[in-house]
Design a protein around this ligand. Sequence first.
Ligand code: MTE
Length: 324
Amino acid sequence: MSKRHQHSQSAAIKSSEITAESSYLNRRKLVQGLGLGLGLRAGIAASASLLSGALQADIAPSNMMSPDEEITPEKIATSYNNFYEFGTGKEDPAEYAHEMSIAPWQVEVSGEVEKQGVFDYTELLQGLTVEERIYRLRCVEAWSMVIPWQGVPLAALLQRLQPTSAAKYVHFTTLHRPKEMRGQRSFFSGIDWPYVEGLRLDEAMHPLTLMATGMYGKSLPNQNGAPWRLVVPWKYGFKSIKSIVKIHFSKREPKTTWNQLAPSEYGFYANVNPDVSHPRWSQASERRLPGSLFGSNRIPTLPFNGYGEQVAGLYAGMNLKRHY
Ligand code: MTE
């Protein structure tokens, strides 16, 4: 998101650049992998209850992709990452995120909520149904992927915490542990750690919003935000905060990391919007990863990243050019 990630967006979009072949994930394989992946993760977290819960879980499919969009190869989704806690290079997270210890993983719940306290994240997940969601991920830097996530609807998790009637926003905070996160020791990122993100409560409760615990049928790799991270598919990727250790409910809009760093470039809402350019590049199209030998796979960007039918109602009456 710094200057060096700027992309020129002037090239016209040829229809031949849009992926034509349909590709579906082998569901049975994925479901088998899911059991295995969560099982391994539960083993690390030493939580037998999560393990049995995950294996018995109903895996509700929720695939809203159009048939001509291919799932991004797992190798790419787990090696081309943004996780500035481990460095600003795309390869840094895959190289260094193993230095982060994720067991045990404690989460603090606070603010306008009944169930306050510090919990092991497995305790908060216990009994919730793990679902599969294949979503587009559109980074504000104008690249995108299609990723099969496993996780729980955020609404199910938040409901069991019982927000009070005063709660209007929910804030999320990433782990702050400079000893294990080399990007937090570096002066180059310019970020005031820890990384903080937030949603309006109705956005957080929307059925598309996911708290992911896995991808590609395996537990979430550290570089993708282990052991759990947000996935908000209609917003730019920076809203999908990784490795969450705090959930805080409030009356007021939170101050979020990228918005504070560059308010004219990154808004609080950050809904994917081809009509609102970033000050330094257009958002009208995106590079769908991977590219090929013949060039980048450039496709048009869709309003709300293609999820407008489901989410546009959340913003009825709002000027989305002002609330970018
Ligand atoms: N969360 C934290 N804590 N730190 C980060 O630097 N980067 C964000 C988001 N979540 C980021 C983060 C950005 S800009 C994007 S595009 C996505 O993570 C990338 O997710 P991925 O690496 O799993 O594709």
